[in-house]
Design a protein around this ligand. Sequence first.
Ligand code: SF4
Length: 282
Amino acid sequence: MRLMALYDLIMPVFPNTVRAEIRSLAILISGNQDRFLSVSVETVASCNRGCVYCPNSNQELRSARHSDLGSLVMLQGLYEKIISDLKSVDYRYKLAFGHFGEPFLDRSIVDKVAFARISLPHSAIVINSNGDYLTPDLLQDLVSAGVDRVIVTDHNSKDPSSPRPTSEEIQILRHHLECHPALGNYVVFNGLQKLSNRGGLVSIPRERRKIRSMCEELNSVNIDAAGNVVLCSNDYLGSYKFGNVKESPLAEIWNSAGYRAMRQAHSERIFTEDICIRCISG
Ligand code: SF4
């Protein structure tokens, strides 16, 4: 842990946009790997898009998911409980807003970022978005609230079948950030390169498939809008739930026998869950 103590000391010199990665790297180098370094929270489960490479595009799957979740918006008390659980373990790694919903459909996203920032001063707060609702003013509010990075995936550039074939919003934002480079440090634009088949729920042409030989989510926690801790970012239907943060502290869920056994098996590249088998085989 001496490496982490050193990191804590020198952390202020790193730009906030790279803190999460550097911290994760330090943890991995230190050899203490069975801990969560990334927590993804779905404060809203709906999305304004229906991209063909996302299970949200399948009406049947989407209806099944939404009815299983009950409310599409995470209750404020539940969100505060998650942050409180993280605070209680002095969590200092990545807190991401995302999963399968579009975070900017959450009208209180700025307040949620501010709350997380106060409770988790050393965490890297990241928002994953399609960018449709990210205006320069909203970005400025998020930065003031304490966000570290907004990752905007441009779904228009490689998805001609998108219901919104042009991306005027992203162009406006890009232009604004060119004129305000300090604000631009908080935004990363992602194009779509390789795509996951989402545990077999969507069909991806072979040349665009992301081929995995190992699980990339051994240190990640994914919490859906109902508070379920699910298998990973591909588990759209919550097929594998390890607990619910409404009922148990997050650290207790992380250390539960079933969750630990799954991580151990995946670290040895043993995959028995059907969505994992489909994920790994591409
Ligand atoms: S191998 Fe399984 S747990 Fe890992 S990313 Fe794929 S579906 Fe998720």
